[in-house]
Design a protein around this ligand. Structure first.
Ligand code: DC
Length: 222
């Protein structure tokens, strides 16, 4: 079974996806982490995000692995090096949408996501899982929250990761910029699949959202 969870940054989708993966025993695939890992490599290699051919060539020479961890967050390996924290740094976050909007790059990462999804039961989160990567996913959710709530969550995420020196205002401006690029880009923009269940998490606790998702997984609605 494939469970697709889409939504904007800070909506809570990755927190929910991880917890639902734990409850169901499904493999959790954080597709945003893949775009982030490739973005980090473009920074390390001083590649201009506007140079689509160079970014695509780099993507073809890149290995990205997501290693599940029973005791904590998944480990993200970029060419066998652990980049789990580095990919959350502001220098990556501020550039990732410019990399993710490139059609040829998406083709490569979508192929990888489909290959992983074909191997076993999975829960994937991202922007285009229910619309493009797995349009036939058995369960689809679109998770959203009010802008201010999303800013606060992302700000707290950075504090928890011990990433310092970023103000709330910077987080808000970055989120706004990414929302715009992610939802207006030409290739697979962020969009709710018509058959996805919409959940506004603004005023919900994590447990409430997990329960809402779990009950729909069991009853089979969506
Ligand atoms: O979920 P996140 O913030 O880690 O995602 C980082 C960026 O990657 C996000 O701004 C858009 C892009 N992304 C995408 O285009 N498609 C996906 N399936 C997942 C993420």
């Amino acid at each position: 079974m494939i469970i697709a969870i889409d939504g904007p940054a800070g909506s809570g989708k990755s927190t929910i996806a991880k917890l639902v993966a734990k409850k169901t025993g499904f493999l959790y695939i954080d597709t945003g982490a893949m775009y982030r890992a490739l973005t980090l490599k473009t920074i390390n290699n001083r590649i201009d995000p506007k140079d689509e051919r160079a970014v695509c060539d780099l993507a073809k020479r890149t290995q990205i692995d997501l290693i599940p961890n029973a005791h904590g967050p998944i480990q993200v390996l970029l060419d066998n090096i652990d980049v789990s924290v580095a990919i959350r740094e502001p220098r990556v976050t501020s550039r990732v949408s410019d990399i993710a909007k490139l059609g040829s790059v998406r083709e490569i990462l979508v192929k990888l996501q489909r290959r992983l999804g074909a191997e076993r039961d999975c829960i994937l989160d991202g922007r285009d899982i229910g619309t493009t990567v797995f349009p036939d996913a058995e369960r689809k959710f679109y998770i959203d929250a009010a802008f201010d709530v999303r800013v606060e969550r992302r700000y707290k995420d950075l504090i928890n990761l011990n990433i310092k020196g970023v103000s709330r205002e910077q987080v808000a401006s970055d989120l706004k910029n990414r929302d715009t690029i992610d939802s207006t880009r030409e290739h697979s923009p962020l969009k709710k699949a018509p058959d996805a269940v919409f959940i506004d998490t603004s005023a919900m606790t994590i447990d409430e959202v997990v329960n809402a998702v779990m009950s729909r997984i069991h009853t089979g609605s969506s």
